[in-house]
Design a protein around this ligand. Structure first.
Ligand code: ATP
Ligand code: MG
Ligand code: MG
Ligand code: MG
Length: 470
């Protein structure tokens, strides 16, 4: 069986390579062409300007295995990690792209042939969604794949209509789902039980057939394009007979590395913590390899939040000294050959992890004991006062989402408005306490800078909501 994650990745690229696609190496997690985007969060990101026509390439078909991070910004899966069987913050997106070359029929044909003939997935286990207005796609799924009517599901929501932004290319999409069978709880897409684990989305095909500009006005593109994305880990789970991405070869070995390092049971009551650590190890290591370092704002603050969250889960698993960096060799064993940047930057990654752990460990311990005391006073289902969350943030370096994550396990939340209020109050106090000579240019500059820095620390939190903060 050629079903290791590494083999599945190679087979995908080979298949599209043989079908006239240029095999393009993964671009950086830091978008090179879009300053408004936090991280590369889909396979198409490096090709944005090719799709809009601003940039041309010497090929009209491409295929990639693209590193992506979905933590912060438009696609933020950070809070899903450890809680669903299908979400990671770092994953690899396999994709094939047509830049005004082939369109809908070929895209569906390629995907169907690869899944059923190439990888040998049973046809009966697959189904497809289409956008409710895209009768053409429904017809193609009938004709090409022979899918019966009940396995072509029409979805009227924006889930099945993709747009690059308020203006630009857009079009309907079609998502391919795998059915794990009636023994697993869950319902088909569009049903009330769609969040269950029975039906899992593996591949998303985007049919870019319109150009929107101004917002709300669409014109058909003369040469429509294709963008697809298949999550390698989800696909590996299906191919390896697992329901859960954390049970695939690569992620399972990282879960076990954590369990070995701390002598814990990876399938015991702290199972979720093992998973969070495995996921966050990958996102941290890959971000550092691409030049992101933990910082007070922007991308670096998202990285810091991810790393500190991992550290809290490691502490929960019993760690009393730095251990995150010691998991790196396990990751390199699994992914170092496909991603040599991990090997090349191994010492930078390890030192960055270790440094952050050393800085945070003492604060974490003291902060957690404060948090535990305070949580004991919050009734089940209640909210931690914003002032406490702010103190944890300000004095102990707890990103808000770390506190929220810790409370979620206890069935409690955080008063976010109160947290924001406490933050604003502290700023106001600092400004009022300033006794200067009045309106000199130097003071204005000083204040502006201070305001910016303060504001930017806050951006790490705000970035949950917007892509455009950098
Ligand atoms: P979902 O609805 O399950 O959150 P999505 O529709 O947001 O997925 P897309 O944006 O269509 O995902 O991304 C393309 C593919 O990438 C998906 O079909 C899936 O296989 C994979 N994928 C998306 N998000 C994740 C994630 N957080 N972890 C692992 N794989 C993912
Ligand atoms: Mg999603
Ligand atoms: Mg989806
Ligand atoms: Mg999708």
């Amino acid at each position: 069986h050629n079903t290791t994650t590494n083999e599945l990745r190679s087979a995908f690229l080979e298949y599209f390579g043989e079908n006239g696609h240029r095999i393009v190496p993964s671009a950086s997690l830091v978008p090179q062409n879009d300053p408004t985007l936090l991280f590369t969060n889909a396979g198409m990101v490096p090709f944005k300007n090719v799709f809009t026509g601003q940039e041309t390439r010497p090929y009209s078909r491409a295929t990639t295995a693209q590193k992506v991070v979905r933590a912060g910004g438009k696609h933020n899966d950070l809070d899903n990690v450890g809680y669903t069987a299908r979400h990671l913050t770092f994953f690899e997106m396999l994709g094939n792209f047509s830049f005004g070359d082939y369109f809908k029929a070929e895209a569906i044909e390629f995907a169907w042939t690869l899944l059923t003939k190439g990888y040998g997935l049973p046809k009966e286990k697959l189904l497809a969604t289409v956008y409710s207005e895209d009768e053409e796609a429904a017809e193609l799924w009938r004709k090409i794949a022979g899918l019966p009517e009940e396995k072509i599901i029409r979805i009227p929501t924006s889930d099945n209509f993709w747009r690059m932004g308020d203006t630009g290319p857009c079009g309907p999409c079609s998502e391919i789902f795998f059915d794990h069978g009636p023994d697993v709880w869950g319902g088909p897409p569009g049903s009330p039980e769609e969040d269950g684990d029975r039906f899992v989305e593996i591949w998303n095909l985007v049919f870019m057939q319109y150009f929107e500009n101004p917002p709300g006005t669409r014109t058909p593109l003369p040469r429509p394009s294709i963008d697809t994305g298949m999550g390698l880990e989800r696909f590996a789970a299906v191919m390896q007979g697992k329901r859960d991405v954390y049970d695939t070869d690569v992620l399972r070995s990282l879960v076990e590395a954590t369990a070995d390092a701390l002598s814990t049971d990876p399938d015991g009551p702290l199972r979720a913590s093992h998973r969070v650590v495995a996921d966050h190890l990958r996102s941290s290591a890959f971000l550092i390899a691409d030049g992101v370092l933990p910082a007070k704002d922007g991308r670096g603050y998202v990285l810091r939040r991810i790393m500190r969250r991992a550290m809290r889960h490691l502490q929960r698993l019993g760690a009393s000294e730095p251990v995150f960096y010691r998991l790196l060799p396990a990751l390199i064993r699994q992914m170092g050959s496909a991603y040599p940047e991990l090997v090349q930057h191994q010492s930078l990654i390890a030192e960055t992890m270790r440094g952050e752990e050393e800085r945070f460990t003492a604060l974490l311990e003291r902060g957690m004991s404060l948090l535990e005391d305070e949580t004991a006073r919050v009734p089940e289902g209640g909210a931690l006062p914003g002032a406490v969350a702010f103190k944890l943030y300000d004095t102990f370096g707890f990103p808000l989402d770390l506190t929220q994550d810790a409370l979620r396990e206890q069935g409690r939340t955080v008063d976010v408005d109160g947290f924001e209020g406490a933050m604003a109050e502290q700023r106001a106090r600092a400004r009022a306490a300033w006794v200067g000579s009045g309106d000199s240019a130097a003071e204005t500059i000083w204040f502006d800078a201070r305001e910016r820095l303060g504001a930017s620390e806050f951006l790490g939190y705000v970035s949950e909501k917007t892509d455009a903060e950098i």
